[in-house]
Every structure is written in C-alpha cells, then in structure tokens.
Design a binder for this molecule. Structure first.
Ligand SMILES: C[C@](O)(CO)[C@H](O)COP(=O)(O)OP(=O)(O)OC[C@H]1O[C@@H](n2ccc(N)nc2=O)[C@H](O)[C@@H]1O
Ligand SMILES: Nc1ncnc2c1ncn2[C@@H]1O[C@H](COP(=O)(O)OP(=O)(O)OP(=O)(O)O)[C@@H](O)[C@H]1O
Length: 289
C-alpha cells in the first residue's frame, strides 16, 4: 500500500526594498517601479494532496485573520488556474499562516503563488507556464513576483518583472499587528486617474546597481500609511536606533517596516532587542534575497 502524495511549498514574505509610484492609470490602478526581495525566515507553509475537488484548511498564528476559506487567495488562485488549464487536477490544500495579514508583506499573494507552484508540480507543468503566470496576475498585483520568489524589479501593476542580482541582505522585519488595507493607502495618495505622482525630494538612483537604488530609494506609500497608522513611524525610529542598522523603510502598503544590517549577527541581535523593546509587535530577523 502506498501513502497518498503530499506536496509541500514555502510561501516566503515579500519585502519592497524600494517602492516608487509613477502615477495613477486610467483604470484606477497605480503604476509602480519597485525592487522586491523575499524573506527566508518569514514564510507560510502550504501542502497539497492532489485529488478530486478543491478544499482548504487554514491553521497557524494568523489563520483566523486570513478570512473565510472560500475567499482565500489560495482558492482564488486555484480557480483562476483551473479556468485557464483544461483538465487541471486540484485537491486538498492546507495552509499554516505564520506571516501577519494585511501587513505589506504580500502574505496572501505569496500563498496564492505557492498554490500555483503546487498545482504546477501536481500536473507536470512548469511554474513559468504562461497560463499559470496569467492566473497569477489575475489573482493579485503581487502574485506574479511571488510566483518566482526571487529578487526582482517589478513594474506596471506588478506584471513586468526583471531579475535583479542582489547580494543577500540581512534584515529585521517589524509589524505592530495592526492590519492596514492596501486600497486605503493607495487612495490616501489622492491621485486622480491619469495623474502623475511627483515624489517629494530628490529622484532615486538609476536602475543598475541595486545597493545604490536601495540606499537612495523611497517607499512613496510611507507618508500616506503613517497618517493611517502612526505606529509605523515609531517602528522606523526604533529600528534605526539599533546597532549596525544601515537604513530603514516601510514595505508595501505597511504597516511592516524593515531595517537592513551589515551582518546576520547584527540583525539577530537587533531582533532580540526589539522584541523586548516593542512587546506586542511581530519581529523577525531574516535574510532577504
Ligand atoms: C503595495 C504592493 O504590495 C506593492 O508590492 C502591491 O502593489 C499591492 O499588491 P496586492 O496586495 O496584490 O494588491 P491587489 O490585490 O492587486 O490590489 C488591492 C487594491 O490596491 C489598489 N492598488 C493595488 C496595486 C496598484 N498597483 N495600484 C492600486 O491602486 C487597488 O485599489 C486595488 O483594488
Ligand atoms: N491566504 C491569505 N493570507 C492572507 N490574507 C488573505 C489570504 N487570503 C485572502 N486574504 C485577504 O487578503 C487581504 C490582504 O492580505 P495580505 O496579507 O496579502 O496583505 P498585504 O501583506 O498587505 O499585501 P501587500 O504587501 O500586497 O499589500 C486580507 O484582508 C485578507 O483577508
């Protein structure tokens, strides 16, 4: 008797090392230019037992916050793939939700992307299959980048991706466990459809050298998000005060903030100090790549 097949995938959190808003398109979405990387030590876990039907069981510290299972991005991605690939075998998913929800870490997008990778494996498809890439884009703006889960430049709404050679970045992630809605933050920028975004301050570095781009870049959603959740500002100050911190910024639409460090040891030490200094916050040291 053989055991039923169980496939596993990690769904690493996404961090926007830079996030530049170009403007608002006629369709209401914002045109972006963002360097994204992925966190080794902050990830959800997915399994798939291929078989008839489609189901999802969610557990883990943030399982309740992910919303009803039928609405979960895992199910939405699977349905989206099934619409595009005739005869696609689905099955029973489990999700252990360890990344905070509505946190600017693309947790739901990472889960959707991991579900597509599992379906690719179960059906003998490449995760780069254009039908799966199309299903990813239809599920959410961050899902195509999460499908690859490697450092990249993300342009447009997230559908244009270019690989970026990035040295692994020791980092600390901090989140106050206050959900911040992505749509609300974009709305707070106050751009009309068709309007160009004028960044405050100097332009960032030209594309080519990721280190310079990160050092001189911005997150154009940061000011709007701080108005909605002022604790983001407190998190940035706390992170910046840590020994060895090279720079701090918010990820995505917040409220997660990150600090970059020169060594993994400094990042781990800072994470220990911050866990004590900011009780109630989610704090992780990780390597971004
Ligand atoms: C902020 C980022 O996380 C940066 O990586 C993404 O742009 C957001 O990605 P996401 O969470 O997958 O977002 P989606 O689910 O596609 O969009 C949520 C909502 O955010 C707004 N939105 C999102 C992306 C974008 N480029 N412009 C927007 O205006 C829209 O109101 C949209 O209805
Ligand atoms: N698997 C999932 N994990 C997390 N949230 C999910 C999931 N499925 C659906 N959702 C819903 O999606 C919304 C956004 O959650 P998510 O954690 O992806 O946001 P985020 O980290 O702010 O994303 P971004 O960085 O793309 O702005 C939540 O309101 C949540 O209810």
């Amino acid at each position: 008797m053989s055991a039923p097949m169980l496939l596993r995938e990690r769904a690493p959190a996404k961090v926007n090392l830079t996030l530049h808003v170009r403007g608002r398109r006629a369709d209401g979405y914002h045109e972006l230019d963002s360097l994204v990387a992925f966190a080794g030590c902050a990830a959800d876990l997915l399994t798939l037992a291929p078989g008839p039907g489609l189901s999802l069981a969610v557990s883990g510290p943030f399982g309740d916050a992910a919303g009803p299972d039928d609405d979960n991005l895992v199910i939405r991605a699977a349905r989206s793939a099934a619409e595009r690939v005739e005869g696609l075998a689905l099955g029973a998913f489990t999700l252990v939700k360890r990344v905070p929800v509505a946190a600017g870490l693309g947790g739901g997008s990472a889960d959707a992307a991991a579900a597509l990778r599992l379906l690719a494996q179960a059906n003998g498809l490449s995760p780069d299959d254009p039908r799966l890439v199309d299903a990813a884009a239809a599920t959410g703006s961050d899902v195509p980048a999460c499908l690859r889960s490697r450092a990249a430049r993300m342009e447009g709404r997230g559908e244009r991706l270019t690989e970026v050679k990035l040295d692994p970045q020791p980092a600390v992630l901090m989140n106050p466990l206050r959900p911040v809605g992505t749509a609300e933050v974009f709305r707070a920028l106050g751009l009309a459809p068709g309007e160009t975004f004028v960044p405050p301050g100097p332009a960032g570095a030209a594309p080519g050298d990721p280190e310079a781009e990160i050092a001189r870049g911005r997150n154009d959603l940061e000011a709007a998000a701080v108005r909605i959740a002022p604790e983001i500002g407190a998190g940035l100050v706390l992170l910046a005060s840590q020994h060895g911190c090279r720079g701090v910024r918010m990820s995505g639409s917040g409220a997660t903030v990150f600090g970059l460090f020169s060594t993994a040891q400094e990042a781990r030490r800072a994470a220990r100090a911050l866990s004590a200094a900011a009780p109630g916050w989610w704090v992780r040291s990780t390597m971004l790549r």
